[in-house]
Design a protein around this ligand. Sequence first.
Ligand SMILES: Cc1ncc(COP(=O)(O)O)c(C=O)c1O
Length: 351
Amino acid sequence: MLIVKLLEIDNGFSTLIYEKSGGKEYIYLAFYDDKELEDLTSRHIFFSSKDKIPIENIQDSITRDSGVNLLIKREDLLHPFVSGNKFRKLKYNLVEAKRQNASRLITFGGAYSNHILAVAAAGYENNFQTTGIIRGEETQPLNPTLAKAQNSFGMKLYYANRSSYRTKSKEDLLDMLGINCRHTYIIPEGGTNTLAVKGCAEIVEDLQIDPDFICCSCGTGGTLAGIICAVSAKTKVTGFSALKGDFLKDDIEKLVNACNNNTYINWEVNNDFHFGGYAKFNDRLIEFINHFRTSHGIPLDPIYTGKMMYGIYALMKSGYFKKGNTVLAIHTGGLQGIEGFNQRFGKLIRN
Ligand SMILES: Cc1ncc(COP(=O)(O)O)c(C=O)c1O
């Protein structure tokens, strides 16, 4: 890898142009400081959060019949393992961890968690040791997510049984597992905190278009909260909950309020497309994801983005969006989970 030109160093981040073997120029964003720039050539660095994320236009009989201009922002292309909203959520958290001189990142999550793998990869690329506290018992061989986190990125894995994980505070869990927390930076499960919301606002800050709707999948609601804080009042922000239950609206309100004092009314959470709850699915969802991939060449995951896009198509068919509306879907990544999903349930998702 040959660095062609250093563009800027800002707040511990470095935006670089360098040349790949194919001769193309790319802008990358890395969490390196001045000293570390020297040996950048031997490392992977992050894709830029600006300029290079394609927005694709989706056209088929349903977009034509409904008259909707459907676009998708391919945040999944940011990075193979720190993809989509994970990149956005970790960005300012890693800056803060560096500012605090932390040497280790600790976080929490399920055995197939996109967030666990993202923290492992981001930590590896930015010189942090990483520890993952996994919900549930250890199973061997490790599933593809945990195998990559541990074997490719050196994450140290601990397991907490489900009842301790659910009932104990995170501090008590770390205590129970005998984990030393000196020089560590703790990132919550799912990666959502105020710094994550600030990072997620950047998903829409550089948009060159002014859509009528922005749609995004929701787990904790942190990603949606960032988008809500950053879009103009003309745009309606619609979150598609991947979980069963009606609690997200309050959580999102709190996250938005923690970021600024504005009141936003141009958003909603749609609870109709969770398919029975977190990680639940049925044949219709799988068929939709496979069909979408074949028709448009865009992979979707069955936990988050597949459910969001299914919901968008259902709303297009029902006439919820008006003729001429521009609807921008955010592809928040999660594609790493497909391998583990296919391993568990039979090769349902085609690639
Ligand atoms: C791929 C993907 N999309 C969407 C979400 C939902 O994000 P949030 O928890 O910020 O609502 C997640 C979970 O973090 C995710 O992994």
